[in-house]
Design a protein around this ligand. Structure first.
Ligand SMILES: C[S@@+](CC[C@H](N)C(=O)[O-])C[C@H]1O[C@@H](n2cnc3c(N)ncnc32)[C@H](O)[C@@H]1O
Length: 228
């Protein structure tokens, strides 16, 4: 009997080692699985040049999946960047859907505009609003959005959540990119204001009775939740 237990334990240990060893390869597989075309490659290169962190390919594929599963007609995005996430969102949305995207930097939005155009989307498929998210979001209509994607200033995450709950229709979804904070989320000694704000966000989303959450280990951590 003891021998059997030993054999099972050794087997489990081998399994764990294999899974652990597979970690980085798993992320690479997820990132290369869908593949990115010239439009996304160019937009991603502009992000890198400007020092902006664009969503990873696996995270972008999840956004596209979510937008398609929701048959999204109206999506709000906080943090346009150079348009990587926006191209993924538009590719998942209904053909008549409109992406409303907010960014404090008009220059970033100009790159995104070019990316959407290069991807073949008519100009009436997107609405660019320059400005700080917490100034702009209160001007958007209650309950009219199928999906809100938050990728602006992580320190403002909890305010984005409050605004998202107001903007979303019941059954709509909110997604936050970058919640792993490049590993800082899981480091107990990290108490900087940004990490603290994201920790509070993750806790609030998990504990909210109004939300049904999942933390997806893609890109730098994509926290998604359905509004009940
Ligand atoms: C991480 S990048 C967004 C990347 C983009 N979502 C993508 O995946 O391609 C963050 C963007 O948020 C913008 N931003 C930062 N703080 C903001 C704020 N308070 N309000 C609006 N935009 C903000 C920055 O200018 C930057 O373009």
């Amino acid at each position: 009997m003891a021998g059997n237990v030993d054999i099972r334990s050794a087997s489990a240990a081998r399994g764990e080692a294999a899974i652990t060893d597979f970690g980085p390869a798993r992320a690479a597989l997820a990132d290369t699985y869908v593949g990115e075309d010239a439009v996304l490659t160019y937009a991603r290169a502009q992000s890198a040049r400007l020092g902006i962190r664009a969503i990873g390919p696996s995270g972008g594929a999840c956004l596209r999946l979510v937008a398609a599963a929701l048959d999204a007609k109206a999506v709000a995005e906080i943090g346009t960047g150079t348009g990587v996430s926006g191209v993924y969102l538009l590719r998942g949305m209904r053909p008549d859907g409109v992406l409303t995207t907010v960014d404090a930097e008009p220059v970033h939005q100009q790159y995104a505009r070019e990316a959407y155009h290069a991807a073949g989307f008519a100009s009436n498929r997107s609405r660019f609003i320059p400005g700080r998210a917490l100034d702009v979001l209160p001007r958007l209509a209650d309950g009219q959005y199928d999906l809100v994607f938050c990728d602006g200033d992580p320190a403002e995450s909890q305010q984005y959540l409050a605004e998202s709950l107001r903007l979303l229709r019941p059954g709509g979804m909110v997604c936050f990119e970058g919640v792993f904070q490049e590993g800082r989320l899981a480091e107990p000694d990290q108490h900087d204001p940004q990490t603290h704000a994201v920790r509070e966000l993750v806790r609030e989303v998990r504990e909210s009775e109004r939300l049904l959450p999942a933390l997806l280990p893609v890109s730098d951590g994509l926290l998604c939740a359905v509004k009940r």
